[in-house]
Structure formats: C-alpha cells, structure tokens
Write a protein that binds this ligand. Structure first.
Ligand code: PLP
Length: 370
C-alpha cells in the first residue's frame, strides 16, 4: 500500500534502519554528539536564531509557543482545524483570544490581521499556520508578519510550519516561533516536535512559563546539547539520518524544487482529468481535491489500486481528498497515484480512461512533450 496521506508520511528504509539500533542513553557523550549534529542541521533548516526539540507531537510545540510567547491576548487565524486549535490552547491556559474565521479554502488576508490588531491593543501574539492541513491551503504568513512588525514589533508571530518546514523555503525575518513536527515533512514517526525561535522570542520567554513545556528550561539545556527531560533519542537519531539523506540528494534546495515540481505536476494532471482543486491558494505540502465522490474515490484507490490518501474532517468529511507531497517521494509512486485516480474516475463512470493524468504528470515532471 502506498501511504500518500499528508501526515503521517512514509519513513524511508534507511531511516528505519538507523532507528533500529540498541537504545542509547540520553545522558552520554555519544548521544550529545548526535544531538549537536542535529541542532546544526536544524539551524540550517529553520534559519532561526535558536532551535529546540521537544518530545511531543506537533501540538506540544503549538502549546509551548502560545504559553511562553503570549501573555495577554492571542489572535489566531482559523481557516481549519489546526488554526482553530491555537485558540483552544489559549483559552485552556486562561489567555484571552481573538479569532479570524474563514472557510477552509480561504487564506487570511493581511488587511484582516491589520484590522484585528488595530482594533485590539491587547493582542501580543499572533498564531497562524503556514500550510493549514485541514484544507491544504497556504496562508501569506511572511507578508502578514512583515506588516504586523511594521505596526507593532513587540507582537510575537507564531508560525505553525508543521506541513511547511521541509517543503519550501520560509522567510523567517519577521517570524518569532517557527514550528515543525516529525511525522509530516520530516519523514519520521510521530513524537518529536521542533521550534525555531527569534532572539526577540527568547527575550520575551524570559524565565519561561509552564513546567514540561517551559522553553527557558529547554533552552538552557539544549544549548549544552542535552535536554531538560528524557530526549526522544530514537527520533533524534532518525532525524540525523533524514537530514543526511536530504544532503545526499543535493540538499534542501533540491528537496524544495522536487516538491514544488511534484505539487505542480499532480495539480495539473488532476485538473486535466476534470477534478477541482479545493483551496484558493494551495500549499505545496499536499494536493487537495473537493469532489462529490471523494469517499468513493478514496475507497477505490485503496481497494483496487493500493493507494492510501486522506479524506477531510468535520464539515469536509466525504467532500475532499488530500494527496501528500511532503518528503523524499519517488516519481514512479506519484505517477501511479495520479494514474490510479484516473482509473477510479473510469470505474465511477465519470470519464473513459485514456492515460491523460499520467501523461500530464510525466510532461511536467520530466519536461517532455512541449
Ligand atoms: C499535523 C499538524 C499539527 C500537529 O498535530 P499533531 O497531531 O499534534 O502532530 C499542527 N499543525 C498542522 C498544520 C498539522 O498539519
């Protein structure tokens, strides 16, 4: 079965092998040496002033960023389940919360954020997804962050890059916390989350808040290549292998350009067979199609063609399907996925199969036919 869900993503064989060794103790020079190497890779990946690894799924990084960087009112952008989650976290910690709500295919505008901060001077942090995985859309985070900092540089910008870090280069000039998670673009099992922090964020964190997720406690330890609590040793060893695998294919720029071409080729091939792309501003992390037969298509893909793609949640249940683009993915697998979608449409009596999806995918991926 081909796993093509936008999280979890497949773990490459060499990474699984690297994680298969005996358990390493986390308070040893051997593990600290690995930790130091991974930190260096993360500085290169995130381009932020500081980096931290936490033993938690991605939501732990979201919670720690909100708790440590927001002291008064959080403005969160809700164009889907993950954006909504930031608001719930704020409320759970007794913080005030203002929300900009959009349909799940619609990104936030710079104007809406500017209006919100002008109307409410209590807002001291903004939380937004770079890629909102619920509907597969890209928010204009960099532009929003730039405008907000022009108006009030003390407002902290929390950017959830869990389906963006490792997918495309992100301009972190005006971002204070950039979040990543292991089971999406980083091709690992779940359980490790990552935060990139600006110097301004470190200043605001001060002595930190909370206990397990107190980022000041972690900063102190991780600058010495250790962790405050037991490190997710196996996942960190796996992350080193992932980063080295990326170097082997030609580095992050190659990963980003491969992902970008793949996303473009999949989108064009699905449009060519009459399908509609759901988000108005698609993210490169996944291709999201809205379709009245979304459930049937997913079922046929799984049962007849061994392809597992994700559906939708809440009001989009049965209305969309999402194809992963994150990670090191072989073209022959993607070619099969778009071909299988076309075969599924034939089975549903929607079009006569003629190989169009595959042809368009190959034309764009390999630059032939034009
Ligand atoms: C997956 C995901 C998360 C975190 O979810 P966990 O299940 O806690 O790992 C957060 N934001 C986005 C955009 C995601 O895709």
């Amino acid at each position: 079965m081909l796993l093509f869900t936008p999280g979890p993503t497949p773990v490459p064989q060499n990474v699984r092998n690297a994680m298969g060794d005996e358990t390493m103790h986390h308070r040893t020079p051997e593990f600290e040496a690995i930790f130091e190497k991974v930190r260096k890779h993360l500085f290169n990946l995130l381009k932020t002033d500081e980096v931290l690894m936490l033993s938690s799924s991605g939501t732990g990084a979201m919670e720690s960023a909100v708790v440590n960087l927001c002291g008064n009112t959080l403005l969160n952008i809700n164009s889907g389940k993950f954006g909504e989650r930031f608001g719930k976290i704020a409320k759970a910690h007794g913080l005030k919360n203002v929300e900009i709500i959009n349909e799940w295919d619609t990104a936030a505008t710079v104007e809406s954020v500017v209006n919100a901060i002008n109307e409410n001077s209590d807002i001291d942090a903004i939380a937004i997804q770079i890629s909102e995985s619920a509907g597969g859309l890209r928010h204009p985070v960099e532009e929003i962050a730039r405008r907000v900092k022009e108006i009030n540089p003390s407002i902290m910008i929390i950017a959830d890059g869990i389906t963006a870090v490792g997918v495309e280069p992100i301009d972190v000039t005006n971002i204070d916390a950039l979040l990543a998670g292991s089971q999406k673009a980083l091709m690992l099992p779940p359980g490790l989350s990552i935060l990139g922090l600006s110097n301004a964020a470190i200043e605001k964190i001060g002595k930190g808040k909370g206990y397990y997720f107190n980022l000041a406690t972690e900063l102190k330890a991780q600058r010495k290549n250790t962790t405050a609590w037991t490190a997710a040793t196996t996942l960190i060893i796996g992350l080193l292998e992932v980063m080295e695998s990326v170097e082997k294919i030609g580095g992050l720029d190659k990963l980003y350009s491969d992902t970008s071409i793949r996303a473009k080729a999949v989108e064009a091939s699905l449009k060519a067979i009459g399908l509609h792309i759901y988000p108005k501003s698609p993210a490169k992390s996944m291709t999201t199609v809205d379709d009245e037969n979304a459930n049937e298509i997913r079922k046929i893909l799984k049962e007849a063609y061994e392809v597992n793609v994700a559906g939708g949640q809440d009001h989009l249940t049965g209305k969309i399907f999402r194809i992963n683009q994150m990670g090191l993915i072989s073209n022959y697998e993607v070619a099969w996925v778009v071909n299988a979608v076309e075969l599924a449409l034939d089975k549903l009596g929607r079009r006569t199969y003629d190989g169009t999806a595959n042809m368009i995918f190959n034309e764009i991926t390999f630059g032939i036919g034009k």
